[in-house]
Write a protein of this length. Structure first.
Lengths: 338, 338
């Protein structure tokens, strides 16, 4: 049995998450029982939602238990199988967690999904053609529900969700404006991802200044907003929403550390007759096949080719994750495990 | 031509609205042109939305112009008609404004609506079977969309919208909990309006305390909330919303005077996957016939018999309106004009 390095949640953040919240351990993988599959992970996905699970407070999913392997999406290759649907060599996506190997009960529906890597790189199944891509698809299609010509805005535009959102929005004939941090990310959002414009929020000290920049980039106002960060950015975009605008709320990075994050002008929901709706993509499994088909086609045809930010080896995961929460990554954050 | 007393908006509030924002004038009513109708108002409706229009800032409707008659809903009797669809003696509902008479261009669709007062008192057409009733109906049916057994909460429960909301919610098999100010209003909400419970927000110094009271009154959490006030009450109810809860945002009295009114925990929209939607009932004329039919039946069958708070004479309107904004009224606020 191979040796398996694992990262556990050792203790919960007091306010900001820190590296000492995690601990690295090593155990041999157990022998397989009937119906189980041993997967060697090639990539681990790091995502902002993981920060929410590190807290013990109310969240949409159960808190990450202390002393257990951090939960996370993985793509890898089957090493050994005691389930008839999987064979050694198969490439599979699952929730393998922050570890090098996982033993998966493949009798559980949806626990492992076999994927084809002939035209789509393996790592894309954790990004553009995975959970982040479907997240963008759901917020765009099911909540914002745009029509051609609408102006849409997305925050964290250079990230995995933002890049997919841009490609999906352009495919629907929308004007799409990103918000990202720093000139490099903004240039990438416009030049590589094909957004119509991108605003560097770091150039703006407050919501009023950011609101002015949005006015210039969105002369016809904003019809739909995909919210990945919260705080000042949300406040600013809300001032530019057109009547009957839709806001899909997917992330609130600015508030994960327990910093006070209010919505400054909730009366705008009434004044502009907005719909503001939160969602968790894992609760809408019914849309995944349709969403993954469209996202796969965008990747295969070269219309969605997002950057990746890759660190090597499981031990690098905590620092990469903490950097992600601060926006230090540039593109989909992955850990290459083998 | 009869003399017509009118109240104009003389100047805009600096922060709180005051009586000196208004001025009372008197002019003879003009001679009718073809297609016009002269209506003598019996009742003028006073409603919170009027406060928003007194500001010059962005709102859902154009600001009330200075030097013009304050806009407002009225019910009255036709005195003279030069339109074939209306005859002297007809009872009509319209937007006659803060004045004793109005000259209405009856060729404009929807400008005047003839109503039947044999089974429904005239004044109810400004309340339970009028704009406030339809407001409750729209938020309940189109945004909250409850199923039997859901727990619903409404703020300003003793008011015109709240009382209609309660009757409509009970008719759908929901548990309905009101929030109102003071023991008298709370007793009325439970004993006369038939709510399952009512919480006196004045007994609670902060959102945390109000949230505890809500927990006791809503042991299964809150599935739908009809928001009439904003501020601390909204903050408290949000902490009790169940997953996939719906919040219909109709009013924000707490913020009309320009006092800072934030939403303290917008992350709950994501964590609880809430839908928060603002609406203005005048933009959904397509639902009025269906809504008025149901509301009329509730009144005729005695299931909705809300209180009215009536002042006499046009000159009393400003003080009654300012009192309404502070919650001093008890039931639908009306001005009896003749």
């Amino acid at each position: 049995m191979p040796l398996n390095h694992q990262i556990l949640l050792d203790n919960r953040p007091v306010c900001e998450a820190v590296a000492s919240n995690f601990t690295l351990v090593c155990h041999p993988t157990p022998a397989l029982l009937s119906g189980q599959v041993l997967v060697q992970h090639h990539y681990l996905s790091l995502d902002p939602y993981m920060r929410g699970r590190m807290n013990e407070t109310k969240s949409y999913s159960a808190p990450q238990p202390l002393g257990e392997v951090m939960l996370g999406g993985t793509v890898g290759v089957v090493v050994e199988s005691r389930h008839p649907a999987f064979a050694a060599g198969d490439t599979v996506v699952g929730m393998g967690g922050w570890q090098e190997y996982s033993v998966v009960d493949a009798t559980e529906p949806g626990a492992l999904r076999q994927v084809d890597t002939t035209r789509i790189p393996m790592s894309d199944y954790l990004g553009a053609v995975g959970m982040p891509g479907v997240t963008a698809w759901y917020g765009l299609v099911k909540i914002i529900a745009p029509k051609a010509g609408d102006t849409l805005v997305v925050s964290a535009a250079a990230g995995a969700v933002g890049s997919a959102f841009g490609a999906l929005a352009k495919a629907r004939g929308c004007r799409v404006v990103g918000i990202a941090g720093g000139p490099d990310k903004c240039a990438y959002v416009v030049n590589d991802l094909g957004f119509d414009a991108c605003i560097d929020y770091k150039q703006h000290a407050d919501a009023a200044s950011l609101s002015q920049a949005l006015k210039a980039a969105c002369p016809d106002g904003v019809d739909g907003y995909f919210e990945n960060v919260g705080g000042m950015v949300l406040d600013a975009v809300m001032t530019r929403m057109n009547a009957f605008g839709r806001i899909a709320m997917c992330g609130m990075i600015a508030g994960y550390d327990g910093a006070p994050m209010v919505m400054s002008h909730p009366a705008l929901i009434l004044l502009s007759r907005l719909k503001v709706q939160g969602f968790i993509v894992s609760e809408h499994l019914e849309v995944w096949p349709e969403a993954l088909r469209e996202l796969g086609m965008l990747v295969v045809t070269g219309k969605l080719r997002p950057r990746e930010s890759i660190v090597h080896g499981l031990a690098a995961a905590p620092e990469a994750f903490l950097g992600l929460l601060k926006g230090k990554n540039f593109g989909k954050q992955l850990v290459k495990l083998c």
